[in-house]
Design a protein around this ligand. Structure first.
Ligand code: COA
Length: 175
């Protein structure tokens, strides 16, 4: 049971996702990410959300719907290998619903879930080109970890996810 969202989302439904949400979530990615990275970006995003995320990571993930439409999602998990850490793998908010605190509300849910399970550090990554994601994570209290490379003044982890797949690495210490 997931407790309802506060105003102004009283009429939205928040729940844990399940396998039936996999294809509907994939279907919104290109529009929600604005085609970032072209065809390669599109392929990478779809591959980051295989069905297993909707089978085995559901208790720590959240999905928001309104009138049956997907409005936002957060896929995250408690690290099985690092007992003090949790990880936000993917987050998205419907473009028309952005800028009103919904992304922050999902993050706060995940922070509370992580703390309740004894986690004190939350990690996430994003691509260097995703300026909005960097701004959002900074606003949510994440620091961008130092790296040997920079992209437009921001430290980058080169080849983090494979050759040519640079990433920003975010860390937040839960107070
Ligand atoms: C990133 C994203 C999830 C933010 O969701 P949102 O609901 O618009 O975020 P919120 O309204 O809760 O914003 C929380 C804070 O972050 C800031 N913020 C959010 N997006 C921002 C952006 N693009 N640029 C600058 N600041 C931003 C907000 O101004 C707000 O700060 P405030 O409290 O000082 O007003 C959403 O823009 C999105 O889905 N983007 C596309 C997908 C993506 O890039 N996901 C992240 C990488 S996996």
């Amino acid at each position: 049971m997931v407790s309802p969202l506060p105003e102004p989302w009283r009429h939205h439904t928040i729940r844990h996702p399940g396998p039936d949400d996999h294809l509907p979530v994939l279907a919104v990615l290109d529009r929600w990410w604005g085609g970032l990275g072209g065809e390669a970006g599109s392929r990478q995003r779809a591959l980051l959300l295989p069905k297993l995320m909707f089978q085995h990571f559901t208790a720590s993930s959240f999905l928001v719907t309104a009138d049956g439409r997907i409005v936002a999602f957060l896929i995250g998990f408690l690290s099985p290998s690092r007992p003090a850490e949790s990880y936000i793998h993917f987050v998205g908010v419907e473009p028309a619903e952005r800028g009103r605190g919904l992304g922050a509300a999902l993050y706060e849910r995940f922070f509370a879930y992580s703390a309740a399970h004894g986690r004190s550090v939350v990690r996430a990554i994003t691509s260097p080109e995703n300026k909005g994601s960097h701004a959002f994570h900074t606003r949510m209290g994440f620091v961008t970890e130092p790296g040997p490379k920079e992209f437009e003044g921001v430290p980058v982890q080169p080849d983090y996810d494979g050759p040519g797949l640079d990433r920003l690495s975010f860390r937040k210490d839960l107070g």
